[in-house]
Design a protein around this ligand. Sequence first.
Ligand SMILES: *Cc1c(COP(=O)(O)O)cnc(C)c1O
Length: 416
Amino acid sequence: MKHVTDLAIFGGTPAFTEKLHVGRPNIGNREKLLERINDMLDRRWLTNNGPFVQELERKIEARLGVKHCVLMCNGTIALEILARAVGLKGEVIVPSFTFVATPHSLQWQEITPVFCDIDPATHTLDPRRVEELITPRTTGILAVHLWSRPCDIDALTAIAKKRNLKLIFDASHAFDCSYGSRMIGNFGDAEVFSFHGTKFFNTLEGGAVTTNDDALAKKLRLMKNFGFAGYDDVIYIGTNGKMNEMCAAMGLVGLDDLSHFITTNQRNYESYQRYLRGLPGVSLLPYSEVNRSNYQYVVLEIDESLSGIHRDYLLELLHAENVIARRYFYPGCHRMEPYRSYFPHAGLLLPETDKMAQRVLVLPTGTAVSDEHIKAICNVLRQGIENAAAIKERWSTRNQAALQRHAEPPAIPAAR
Ligand SMILES: *Cc1c(COP(=O)(O)O)cnc(C)c1O
């Protein structure tokens, strides 16, 4: 690229002819999947704890070394059912820097999410801030292993124990990851996974609760199936949280290729590391050496004071090139409804969350992304940063021209 006008945002040819998305699904062996679907149709057992669901539960239990895996229809319902099963009520401490399903799972049943700030070094709950938010109404902590990286489980476990609180984890990002030598899925009262199509391991839609607590597992199984303990025997209030056989078949096939998905993600991560090296103001969130990871997310932090250009400009540049990078989890749950109206001053206690929501840029990875793709993506970022001043100037000229024509103004990066 010789000139900024070669950038697609200013009329150049996009670097990619097709859109490259974050979270494009990893898909296992197609023949094996079709074979399983045929089995399912022959058997005419489509849902209600079918053989594929049972097989997937046993395989996940073995893989994570956990006593119970209870599969559900999605991660959000799994969170809702778990919150109810462990008896959360009143207030529950959660991060705001997460997908909105985390607080929604509480608010949906009128449990108040109390938003807690993150540690900017890890992007996960800051245990010191958690302690400050505990009140007589607090019944639990719902922590998130964001970007597949475990939160400070030891510190949170100590707080929960000392203050007699329930501790559950939204481990939606952290399937097949570890905290030290123990797999995620074994901590707190229970942990929740999402197997949604955008997650690196998917069952189309799906989720699971894992726990080592026998009584809790039993309760979860009742709750996800209307409270049925046997034919005509309802002993509990429940809902419909069951996973069906089609979804379980997808999961079983994906599970066989899980190592391949992870190796690909790790290789992509290393490519990003290589091509981004030395780019001012761009840091790639590291993965720990001591924990096993799925390398599911490529997370950049853009420091405008060094890059000379705000994250939102880079986002627009990338989108124009057909790289659909994302600014997860902008603007933070506390700035979304209904929380924004319920807690208009929540931001006062969330300075790190607010800062992070302005800096994070998530890039595509997974089996649909190659080294060549990554090289081209990083090249766009490099062009954006090396030509920051020219780009910003051109941007404002272009926007003014559009306004003068009374045309719909082009996308302007969101106000800060
Ligand atoms: C994906 C996700 C969920 C929701 O899972 P679904 O299976 O889509 O319902 C919850 N929390 C986090 C952090 C997620 O990323």
